[in-house]
Design a protein around this ligand. Structure first.
Ligand SMILES: Cc1cc2nc3c(=O)[nH]c(=O)nc-3n(C[C@H](O)[C@H](O)[C@H](O)COP(=O)(O)OP(=O)(O)OC[C@H]3O[C@@H](n4cnc5c(N)ncnc54)[C@H](O)[C@@H]3O)c2cc1C
Length: 398
């Protein structure tokens, strides 16, 4: 192995097992699975805590969108006394007990700036702001939601009031009695609008595209759970049809509220594009009662408000961008065509967890924590097989 390439790096560290980038749920799951297989790993995390998305970049009223049994990590479930939909704080406490149960101690404040496979030596070189780490394996666990995605909106920089992305939104109490433009109508846009209503603000929610809204539960059973069960028995298109019939019975015609449904069904669309259906937790009734106002696309933002595509002009005090997130992999993983330019694996689920030369990815499945659990188990098994062969070879050699 050569020495560290850059002189300014204070440390050059040889890592026995894999280097894992990211200490979110995916990084923790992969680390736990490796530890169960007896493989040590080094977890590098740019923030100063585990699950930083949940601890630092989510709103106060957030609860898991899916029931807890679909969000648990391998080998240690949620505490029994947690509700069906744990709160953000409960989820964080679960992550903390998970990390402590498997003795996972990430190296914090280590932002990976570059990682590259050195074909000469057959090792990965992973560089942070102050160190270079070297290992045979690299596991990418930086998440589908690493950075806020902010689309081009004409005139946004002109706006006089505060503009905040949902990753920086905490609670509607900061917006009391304000008129707030919420750009985006996914789960976050709907929940933030609902939160604003509950704090006596007046949200105007921009619905640019079509959107599927489904009830979170049907007759007390999780819609997601029902869909998962039906998918084992019926073709996807039929399951989508059933979901849409039930949705129209329970929620009525959402098109009439300005929420036009896509032509493709909710699960087919999710699998093809990653666009998650909105699971309604109360926003729809506020739309019906007029407390959340649905607006068409924004044409341009002005100093004190916005002009919409239909010609309307309105004044606003603040803007919340509920415009989603993106992966940051292309910014730091070099010379590697395993990922698309959007930072997602080219090979879709369930085969996107393994690349070449000891590269792995966990949590890029567009299937939330269920996908994470599936990836983590496979990665650990695969690396453990190589680890054992390597250890055996070394024993025979010495
Ligand atoms: C508001 C919201 C609600 C959600 N609700 C659910 C739900 O109910 N159920 C569900 O299954 N999914 C849900 N999700 C999806 C969610 O993304 C996953 O649940 C989960 O957080 C993904 O875990 P992850 O570890 O893959 O990514 P993240 O949680 O994003 O963790 C990635 C980690 O990598 C670190 N990192 C990033 N770049 C670098 C770098 N260059 N160097 C070092 N470290 C780096 C980050 O700081 C972060 O700690 C929700 C997402 C959001 C935004």
């Amino acid at each position: 192995m050569g020495s560290c390439k850059e002189e300014q790096l204070s440390k050059c560290i040889w890592v026995q097992g894999p280097i894992l980038v990211g200490a979110g749920p995916s990084g923790l799951a992969a680390s736990a699975c490796l530890s169960r297989q007896g493989v040590p790993c080094l977890v590098l995390e740019k923030a100063d805590c585990i699950a930083s998305l949940w601890q630092q970049r989510t709103y106060d009223r957030l609860k898991l969108h899916l029931p807890k049994q679909f969000c648990q990590l391998p080998f240690l479930g949620f505490p029994e006394d947690f509700p069906k939909y744990p709160t953000k704080d409960q989820f964080i406490s679960y992550m903390e007990s998970y990390a402590s149960h498997f003795s996972i101690k990430p190296r914090f404040n280590q932002a990976v700036r570059a990682a590259e496979f050195d074909s000469g030596s057959g090792f990965w070189r992973v560089r942070t702001q102050d160190s270079e780490y070297i290992s045979r394996w690299l596991i990418v666990a930086t998440g589908e939601n690493a950075e806020p995605a902010v689309p081009e909106i004409l005139g946004l920089d002109r706006f006089n009031g505060p503009v905040v992305h949902t990753s920086g939104y905490k609670s509607g109490c900061e917006f009391k009695n304000q008129k707030v433009l919420v750009v985006g109508c996914g789960n976050s846009g709907m929940e933030v609008s609902l939160d604003l209503c509950r704090h006596n603000a007046v949200p105007y929610m921009v619905v640019r595209n079509t959107v599927h809204v489904l009830p979170r539960e049907i007759l007390g059973f999780s819609t997601f759970g029902i869909a998962m069960t039906l998918l084992k028995l019926l073709p996807l298109k039929l399951v989508d049809k059933i979901l849409l019939i039930v949705a129209s019975f329970t929620l009525g015609n959402t098109d009439q509220l300005g929420l036009r449904r896509p032509k493709t069904g909710p699960i087919e669309l999710k699998n093809a594009t990653g666009k998650t259906p909105v699971l309604d937790v109360g926003a729809l009734s506020q739309i019906r009662s007029g407390k959340i106002k649905v607006m068409e696309s924004v044409k341009e933002i002005m100093r004190n408000g916005a002009r919409f595509m239909d010609g309307q002009e309105k004044e606003f005090d603040s803007i919340v961008l509920a415009t989603g997130y993106k992966s940051n992999v292309p910014t730091w993983l070099k010379s590697c065509d395993f990922f698309t330019k959007d930072g997602m694996p080219r090979t879709p689920f369930p085969n996107g967890w393994k690349g070449e030369n000891g590269l792995y990815t966990v949590g890029f499945t567009r299937r939330g924590l269920l996908g994470t659990a599936s990836d983590a188990v496979k990665i650990a098994q695969d690396i453990a097989d190589q680890w054992r062969i390597m250890k055996q070879g070394m024993q025979e050699f010495f």
